[in-house]
Structure formats: C-alpha cells, structure tokens
Write a protein that binds this ligand. Sequence first.
Ligand code: GTP
Ligand code: MG
Length: 299
Amino acid sequence: MSDQAKLRCGYVAIVGRPNVGKSTLLNKILGMKLSITSRKPQTTRHQILGVKTSDNIQAVYVDTPGIHQRRGTAINKYMNRAATSVLNDVDLILFVIQAKKWTEEDQAIIDKLESVSCPVLLVVNKVDQLPGKDELLPMLGELSSLFDFAEIIPVSALNGMNVDVLEQKVTQLLPESVHFYPDDQVTDRSMRFLASEIIREKLTRELGQELPYTSTVDIDKYEEDEGIVRIHATIYVESAGQKAIIIGKKGARLKSIGTAARQDISKMVDSKVYLNLWVKVREGWSNDERALRGLGYSE
Ligand SMILES: Nc1nc2c(ncn2[C@@H]2O[C@H](COP(=O)(O)OP(=O)(O)OP(=O)(O)O)[C@@H](O)[C@H]2O)c(=O)[nH]1
Ligand SMILES: [Mg+2]
C-alpha cells in the first residue's frame, strides 16, 4: 500500500466557552446543518458527532456544549461534564475562541488543557468581525504565549474563511487507523434526536432572551409512514408563565415555532412532516437529576 493510500481516522473534539461558534464551525466543515446554533450562549447541550470522510481520511468531530463557569443547576453541571469528558478521549482538540474577546472562561479552559496529552489547535473564530487585518498578527503573537498550541488558525466559521486550512491541519494530525464509521455516515445521532434539537433551536431563536435555560424538548412519538413522518413532541418548561410565553397570543408563537421546525425537519428527512407540539409545565426539571435523565440528559 502506498503512503498516500494509508487510512487515517481520529476523534477531534471542538471545545470552548459558550457562543464562540463551535457548532457553526462543525456545520461549515460538514457542509450541512447538523448541530443547532443561536445567538444565545449554551445552545448546545449534548455531545454530537459529525463524521467527515474524504477518500482515505475520516475525521470524527465531537461538538460539545460550551464550557462555562455558571454554577449550580444539574443541567449546567451535565453540560460541563459532556464537554470536558471528551478532553482525554480524543486524538486532537480544536480549542475555539472568539477573536479579541479573551475571557476568564477561556483561561479556565487553558488550565484544563494543561493535563491533556493530544495536540491542541487554537481556532480563533469570528475574524470577520475584526475592523482591520493589522490587528490579527499581534493578537496571534499574544495567544501563542498562553499554551503550547500545535498551531493557531484564524477562521470565520460563518463565512468559511480559512476553514479549509484548518481542515488540512486536522488531516495531518490524525493518526493512521481504520475508519470507525461507514464512509457515508454523517452522525451517530438518530433522526428522532435531531428532530428534537431542531425544535429546541426554533424555540431558542424565537424566544431570544425571554427564556433562559429552562425549556427542553422531548419526542413522544416518531413514526415513519409512507411518504410522511409523524412527530409528537412536548416542550417542557418550569412555570405556567413560561408556558404562556411560548404559546403566545392565540397560540401564534407556538405555531410559528412549529412551522419553522417542521420545514427544517422536512428538509433533513427529505419527506413530508406532520408535527404536533405540546407545552407542559414540569417544575424544577433543570435541577433534578432524575427528571434530566428521563428527558435524555444522560451520559
Ligand atoms: N460574525 C460571526 N459570527 C459567528 C461566527 N461563527 C459563529 N457566529 C455566530 O455566533 C453565534 C454562536 O454560534 P454557535 O455556533 O451557536 O456557538 P457555540 O460555540 O456552538 O455556542 P454554544 O453551543 O452555546 O456553546 C451565532 O449567532 C453564530 O451565527 C463567525 O465566524 N463570525
Ligand atoms: Mg454549540
């Protein structure tokens, strides 16, 4: 077998504080929308695998929830665990930060990286937001003194700038290995799970700042019939007030969340979709370990 034909495969964790663009980056690399994104921090709540296979090379990316320092609730702890547990289990780490916005939360992640043994690439995202290019070089210089990064790569996950350069670097750092997934597989997640995520994205986007991390989506029924997918889903909130906000005047808000979700799910499954959404109150679910497990938050 020639050198060129050798198989390479490895796990690549995408980590960073909330809202720096980790999921946007994964979607750009895959060329499709797999992981949900929003302007609000703490959008991603679970690990999600995105598999990219090009000829003899397979990169298995792991999108993770933003590592944060908000204290307390069970769901916040679950999200931090989901993000940090990958650090010692992967072949390569992409540590994503936002250009010109270094925070204590970024520093806390550097401290965690000190104990990992795989290479770490620093991905400086959102460089499209920098007013001038001359800011870039001094900034990269400063960042290089923080940690022994394998490389520092400025990108824009949103418009794709330099993402190909990042992918080339990833490829070089992947170990020789057989492929872990069939070459046409894109994720380890079921359509049922991805449908619940799409509904949660629409909910997050529709509600903006009004509803912090107190809603979740549970799929009650997911049935594929001839030519149509029928989904019954429940949105759980923590109070009657939150329920009223989501339903909106004469049900208008819930309807628009449902319509947007149905369109995206339909695109994903490439079929007609019937979507029935309910909103229910389940007090304290986000701080109740048992309730969390029942709602799909378990390792
Ligand atoms: N201008 C600009 N905006 C970006 C870029 N990448 C991501 N964003 C925006 O930043 C926001 C957060 O993006 P996400 O991909 O959801 O961020 P995340 O790191 O996955 O966030 P969590 O899942 O909450 O940890 C969204 O509004 C994105 O559109 C970029 O390169 N440039
Ligand atoms: Mg995310």
